[in-house]
Design a protein around this ligand. Structure first.
Ligand SMILES: Nc1ncnc2c1ncn2[C@@H]1O[C@H](COP(=O)(O)OP(=O)(O)OP(=O)(O)O)[C@@H](O)[C@H]1O
Ligand SMILES: [Mg+2]
Length: 249
């Protein structure tokens, strides 16, 4: 177990919202300042999951469901991961009321749990602080003037680009060795800060061993992100990267 970072102010405390870091289609991330009883402060990022396209609003609201349109995909992502009882599996496949409720319950803490696992395994992810309902608090990557840019919009020299790629491969090896596929890896879900590549955005991560499509997700992630590096001028082979990863399973 790695030790939680020393900057973290533990309860009792008050939180103040310092504003939006980024609003996207799936989540809004804010910067929050926490002040402890003794006056110590720390800042962190607060990710709030947004509701997506709502199909039958009344029914879903009655269920307290936040992420309506993700249910269908969830079945693929979650296959075999947590729903061992065949009764539960069938309920999810049929999207019955009971099935939807099961998915909602499992969804909220998933990103926190995955990132805790990965942080402990040594992957460069923001420190996961806590979650409740549809809110996830995590280490803020950035400084007083700006949040860390996504790799997509960071301006990297050739040397930094090569360095970022090396960090990507090392990170992917760790992920695979931990038995996990990110499931949505791209230059938007990697941050670049002070020469470090930081992996973010894990709500859809899946267990490779338990999910039939697990290796497909790894392959898709590798192709996605390698294509980005290729467009930036690196001569790399996504299939070679993927084949190398299989050795870390
Ligand atoms: N810990 C963090 N520190 C700094 N910025 C962050 C942090 N976490 C997320 N962000 C910023 O917020 C953006 C959205 O976060 P994230 O990728 O986790 O959510 P998302 O569900 O993909 O939302 P979106 O619909 O915007 O893609 C990130 O791309 C990044 O720019
Ligand atoms: Mg994202």
């Amino acid at each position: 177990m790695r030790t939680p970072p020393s900057w973290l102010v533990i309860e009792p405390c008050t939180d103040a919202d310092l504003g939006v870091i980024k609003t996207g289609k799936e989540a809004q991330v804010n910067l929050v300042q926490r002040t402890g009883a003794d006056g110590d402060t720390c800042q962190f990022a607060r990710k709030r999951y947004l509701p997506r396209e709502v199909k039958s609003k009344g029914e879903l609201e009655a269920l307290g469901v936040q992420r309506a349109s993700t249910f269908v995909n969830d079945v693929q992502y979650r296959e075999g991961r947590q729903f061992r009882k065949s009764r539960d599996r069938r309920a999810i496949e049929r999207m019955s009321t009971y099935g939807k409720r099961l998915l909602q319950d499992r969804w909220t803490g998933h990103e926190y749990e995955i990132m805790t696992r990965l942080w402990n395994a040594g992957l460069n992810v923001p420190f996961p602080i806590a979650y409740s309902d549809d809110v996830f608090d995590l280490e803020y990557i950035g400084d007083d003037t700006q949040a860390a840019p996504q790799l997509q919009s960071a301006r990297l020299s050739r040397l930094e680009l090569e360095n970022a790629f090396d960090q990507l491969v090392a990170g992917l090896r760790l992920l695979v060795a931990e038995g996990l596929a990110h499931g949505d890896l791209s230059a938007y879900n990697l941050l670049w800060w002070e020469g470090q590549l930081v992996f973010i955005d894990f709500p859809q991560a899946v267990d490779i061993a338990e999910n039939l499509a697990g290796l497909d997700f790894v392959h898709r992630d590798v192709v996605n992100v390698c294509t980005w590096f290729q467009r930036k001028g690196l001569e790399i082979d996504a299939e070679e990267v993927f084949a190398d990863l299989l050795g870390f399973l």
